[in-house]
Design a protein around this ligand. Structure first.
Ligand SMILES: Cc1cc2nc3c(=O)[nH]c(=O)nc-3n(C[C@H](O)[C@H](O)[C@H](O)COP(=O)(O)OP(=O)(O)OC[C@H]3O[C@@H](n4cnc5c(N)ncnc54)[C@H](O)[C@@H]3O)c2cc1C
Length: 438
C-alpha cells in the first residue's frame, strides 16, 4: 500500500486493471475506491441517493457565502489518524484546526466542567471559569484528569491495561465517581455515540490510546471543504457509481463475484469490497462460510440520532456558557446528549442565526426549529469485537479470497474515520496481492 500512497503515477488509471465493486460509500468504501481506482476499474454501489459519507449534509445560507454543514460533523487529529491523514494528503484534501472546546452540564443544571481547545495555542486543557472554579465537582474532575494523564499512558506502555475494560481500570485505580460518570463516560459515549454501559465495556487500551495519543497537545482538525469535497476527491478515480441502489445479493461464482442490485442490475466482478456496516453483510452474502457468519454476527451496533436545529433550549441555559461542543448528562438517560454550536466551528453566514447539531437528543428540539434529522448505526467496541477483528484479518489472508470487508468496525481501536480508512488500506493491499482471475 505504501506504493499506492507514495507513487504519483498511481493517479493514472491502468488499462489492465481488475473489475472491482465497492458496496457502501462511507469513508471505508471511499478510501478503498481511491486506493484501488488508481489501477483498476472500480464501480461503487450505495443505497442512499448520493454517495454515503456526505449524504446527510445540509446547506446553511444561500448565495456565494453559503456553507455546507456535514451531518454528522467529524473531527480528527493527526497522531490518531495516520492512515486517514496520509490519504487526505495524497488526495489533496486540506484540513484546518477547529475550536472544539467543550462544556459539561447536568440537564437543566449549571455547567460543571469545561475544557479549552484553543486554536492559537492548539492545546486542549481544562479551565476553570466563574462559578465552576468554586465547584467541588469541577475540582474533583480536574484532579482525576491530571492523575489519568500522568498514569494511564504509562499503564498502557507497561501492558497493565491488557484485558481490562475501561470500567474495570478506572475502578481498580480508584478514580472518583464524578470523574467516571461526569467526564469519561459522557466524553466517550459522545465520541462513540453509544450508551454509558457500552463505554464501560470498551477495552481500556482503546480509550486511553484515543485520549492520550496527542489530542491534548495537537487539538483537532476538520476538513476545510467538508465531506462533499472528500467524496468528490476520493471518488475521482472510479469508473462509475450507482447511488440509490441497495445490493440485495452477493454470490461467489468460481473466480468471479456476482452482484445483484435493487434496480435489477446483475454484474460480475473479479473482487467485491463490502464497505457496509458488518450487520448488513449477511443480509446479502449468499453462502457465507461458518467462520464468516460467526465473525460478521459478532459485531454489535447501536443506533444514534443526529438533529440539526435552531432550538436554544438544547444549548446551555446562559448564552455566555455556550461552547462549540456542549455535553449534557442526566441520571434518567443511558447516554449523553451533545449539542454542537455550528456557528462556532464553521463559517456560517451571519444572516443564518444560531444553528445547532445535537447528537442523541435527550429532549427533542421544537419541531418548527428542526432543519434535518439523520440516524446512524455505530459499531460497539468491546473485548469480543477486538478479538473478532483478528479473525477477520485471518479470513482475508485465505488464498483465493474475492469478497473483502472494511469499515470502521474492521480495525482495532475506536470506530472512527481512521479505523475505516486503515481497514480499507489493509484490504486494498491484500486484494492487490490476491491479483486478477487466474
Ligand atoms: C454523531 C456522530 C459523530 C461522529 N463523529 C466523528 C468524528 O468526530 N470523528 C471521526 O473520526 N468519526 C466520527 N464519527 C464516526 C464516523 O462517521 C464513522 O466511523 C464512519 O463514517 C464510518 O464509515 P464506514 O465507511 O465504516 O461506514 P458508513 O459510513 O456507515 O458507510 C456504510 C455505507 O454502506 C451503505 N450501505 C449499507 N448497506 C448497503 C447495501 N446493501 N447496498 C448498498 N449500500 C449499502 C450505507 O448506506 C452507508 O453509506 C461519528 C459518527 C456519528 C454517528
Amino acid at each position: 500500500m505504501r506504493r499506492l500512497l507514495d507513487d504519483p503515477r498511481c493517479f493514472r488509471k491502468s488499462d489492465f486493471g481488475m473489475r472491482i465493486a465497492i458496496i457502501g460509500t462511507g469513508i471505508g468504501g471511499l478510501s478503498a475506491a481511491w486506493l484501488l481506482g488508481a489501477e483498476h476499474e472500480v464501480s461503487l454501489y450505495e443505497r442512499l441517493p448520493s454517495l454515503g459519507m456526505a449524504a446527510h449534509g445540509i446547506e446553511l445560507g444561500d448565495g456565494p457565502d453559503r456553507v455546507r454543514a456535514d451531518v454528522p460533523l467529524r473531527v480528527i487529529y493527526e497522531s490518531y489518524y495516520p492512515s486517514l491523514m496520509a490519504l487526505y494528503r495524497q488526495a489533496e484534501i486540506e484540513t484546518t484546526p477547529v475550536d472544539y472546546s467543550g462544556s459539561f452540564a447536568e440537564l437543566g443544571g449549571p455547567t460543571y466542567f469545561r475544557y479549552r481547545n484553543r486554536l492559537r495555542g492548539r492545546s486542549s486543557l481544562p479551565y476553570l471559569w466563574g462559578r465552576e472554579a468554586l465547584r467541588p465537582t469541577t475540582w474533583q474532575i480536574v484532579r482525576d484528569l491530571a492523575r489519568f494523564y500522568l498514569r494511564a499512558p504509562r499503564d498502557l506502555r507497561e501492558g497493565r491495561l491488557e484485558g481490562a475494560t475501561i470500567g474495570d481500570y478506572l475502578a481498580r485505580e480508584g478514580y472518583s465517581r464524578l470523574f467516571v460518570e461526569r467526564f469519561v463516560l459522557p466524553t466517550f459515549a459522545a465520541i462513540g455515540t453509544c450508551s454509558y454501559a457500552s463505554v464501560r465495556d470498551y477495552p481500556a487500551r482503546v480509550i486511553v490510546e484515543y485520549l492520550t495519543k496527542g489530542v491534548l497537545l495537537e487539538g483537532v482538525r476538520r476538513t476545510v471543504r467538508g465531506a462533499d469535497h472528500v467524496v468528490a476527491r476520493l471518488s475521482s478515480r472510479i469508473r462509475e457509481s450507482h447511488c440509490g441502489v441497495s445490493i440485495d445479493r452477493l454470490e461467489r461464482l468460481g473466480d468471479e463475484v456476482e452482484v445483484l442490485g435493487s434496480d435489477g442490475s446483475r454484474r460480475r466482478f473479479d473482487h467485491v469490497v463490502v464497505a457496509t456496516q458488518a450487520s448488513q453483510v449477511l443480509k446479502f452474502l449468499v453462502d457465507p462460510t461458518p467462520t464468516e457468519a460467526r465473525v460478521l454476527e459478532s459485531f454489535r451496533y447501536e443506533r444514534s440520532r443526529v438533529v440539526v436545529h435552531r432550538d436554544t433550549d438544547l444549548a446551555p441555559a446562559r448564552r455566555k456558557d455556550w461552547a462549540p461542543v456542549n455535553f449534557f448528562v442526566s441520571d434518567l438517560r443511558d447516554r449523553p446528549m451533545a449539542t454542537i454550536w455550528l456557528n462556532a466551528v464553521l463559517p456560517v453566514p451571519a444572516g443564518v442565526g444560531d444553528v445547532f447539531q445535537t447528537w442523541n437528543p435527550i429532549v427533542d428540539p421544537k419541531p418548527e426549529t428542526v432543519m434535518a434529522n439523520a440516524e446512524f448505526d455505530r459499531p460497539v467496541v468491546d473485548a469480543e469485537s477486538d478479538r473478532v477483528v483478528g479473525e477477520m484479518d485471518r479470513l482475508h489472508a485465505e488464498p483465493g479470497r474475492r469478497v473483502w470487508s472494511c469499515g470502521s468496525y474492521a480495525r482495532r481501536g475506536a470506530p472512527l474515520l481512521e479505523s475505516a480508512a486503515a481497514s480499507a488500506m489493509a484490504v486494498a493491499q491484500r486484494l492487490e496481492a490476491a491479483g486478477p482471475v487466474a
